[in-house]
Design a protein around this ligand. Structure first.
Ligand code: 5AD
Length: 365
């Protein structure tokens, strides 16, 4: 216990010290969670900011070894939400005062896709009169595309690095022109350069991953100075090459504990960033997102994708909310927030405090 307490009090987070914290047992972990909650209450408060999530399309050009919507999985019916349906979802989000919208999709780089996103961004601005914060999560793109989308109204972008260790990256992805670790890093650089509130994240307890890798991931996020993070546990998908991998080292309880520790440590290390309580947490444990909020997360993303498409956006098995419509997801979300002794921040965009502070300190007087 003393060791964990001392490391946190000294506030120096080297790789070795983070490894010790990630290895903390249940008793010692309590201290980590309490400290994360304390820091969250100072830098964030007890509000949970909401982002209505549209899973726009499961069409994807990539072949990630863990993902259920990889291009080579022919058991998936591919869909794309129509502009009319997207408009309905935008109106739902605005009417219900969620404050922000997230458009998430598979990775596509065609001009058709790029201009469809642009059209949607214009619609969001038009329909909500600029009231909504806008996050995109549509994968690697050229700097020009990121710029185009920024000009059309997006101002936050989430691109998970998945793992910050290059060798590990190629155990989770094929090594070819489409899947290139350095290209992914470069994309994160472009996003920052374009002025987005930039987010990344990793899968926790993925095959071949070591505790050392996870410590490196936290330091990576600190090093590139992210504004937001979305990370959650790896969950097997039966149609993916890594299904039943002998290199997955954790059982469900360990995955949850490790994910909660990652969230709490990121909150302790980065203090004022936005951290999402992800759906994958809920998949592994009832109350998973509520636990994530208690451990330091401050963002929830209620799903507003039309119900008929939800089953097709199955990145991993047993994803919750597949039988829900937007209204049901709202009710589930309010329950989660109240169980985490927090309040929903209706009507607020919930921009990253870290981004605001970053901008303030970069003013030249
Ligand atoms: N388990 C957990 N997360 C996954 N993702 C994709 N497949 C899985 C899986 N099997 C995550 C990736 C991706 C995000 C959209 O979903 O981190 O960036």
């Amino acid at each position: 216990m003393k060791v964990v307490e001392n490391i946190i009090k000294e506030n120096i987070f080297t790789k070795e010290r983070i490894i010790d914290l990630l290895k903390a047992d249940t008793e010692q972990s309590k201290y980590i969670f309490e400290e994360a909650a304390r820091i969250k209450s100072i830098y964030i408060g007890n509000k949970v900011h909401l982002r209505g999530l549209i899973e726009l399309t499961n069409k994807c050009s990539k072949n990630c070894f863990y993902c259920g919507i990889a291009v080579s999985n022919h058991n998936v019916n591919r869909y794309c939400v129509s502009l009319g349906e997207v408009e309905k979802a935008i109106k739902f989000i605005d009417r219900n005062n969620y404050g922000s919208i997230v458009i998430q999709s598979g990775e596509l780089q065609s001009e058709e896709f790029i201009s469809y996103i642009e059209k949607i961004l214009h619609k969001i601005v038009e329909l909500s009169w600029g009231r909504l914060g806008v996050t995109l999560s549509c994968g690697e793109q050229s700097e020009e595309t990121y710029q185009r989308w920024k000009e059309a109204g997006a101002h936050r972008y989430l691109l998970r690095i998945e793992t910050s260790n290059e060798k590990h990256y190629y155990k989770l992805h094929p090594k070819n022109a489409k899947h290139n670790f350095h290209k992914r890093l470069k994309s994160l650089e472009y996003l920052k350069k374009c002025g987005y509130q930039t987010g990344t994240g990793v899968m926790i307890a993925s095959p071949f991953q070591t505790i050392e890798n996870l410590a490196e991931d936290l330091l990576f996020m600190k090093h590139i100075d992210i504004d937001m993070c979305g990370m959650g546990p790896y969950i097997e998908h039966e149609d993916s090459p890594l299904f039943n991998s002998k290199e997955s080292f954790y059982n469900t309880t360990e995955k949850i504990q490790l994910s909660l520790k990652m969230i709490a440590l990121l909150r302790i290390i980065m203090k004022d960033i936005n951290i999402a309580a992800t759906t994958a947490m809920q998949t592994l444990a009832t109350g998973g997102r509520e636990m994530a909020l208690k451990a330091g997360a401050n963002i929830l993303m209620p799903n507003v994708t039309p119900g008929k498409y939800r089953e097709q956006y199955e990145l991993y098995k047993n994803k919750p909310g597949l039988d829900e419509e937007a209204e049901d997801s709202k009710i589930s979300m309010e329950k989660i927030i109240s169980k985490a002794n927090s309040i929903p921040a209706y009507g607020e965009k919930g921009n990253s405090n870290h981004f605001k502070n970053r901008m303030k300190s970069s003013y030249i007087y």
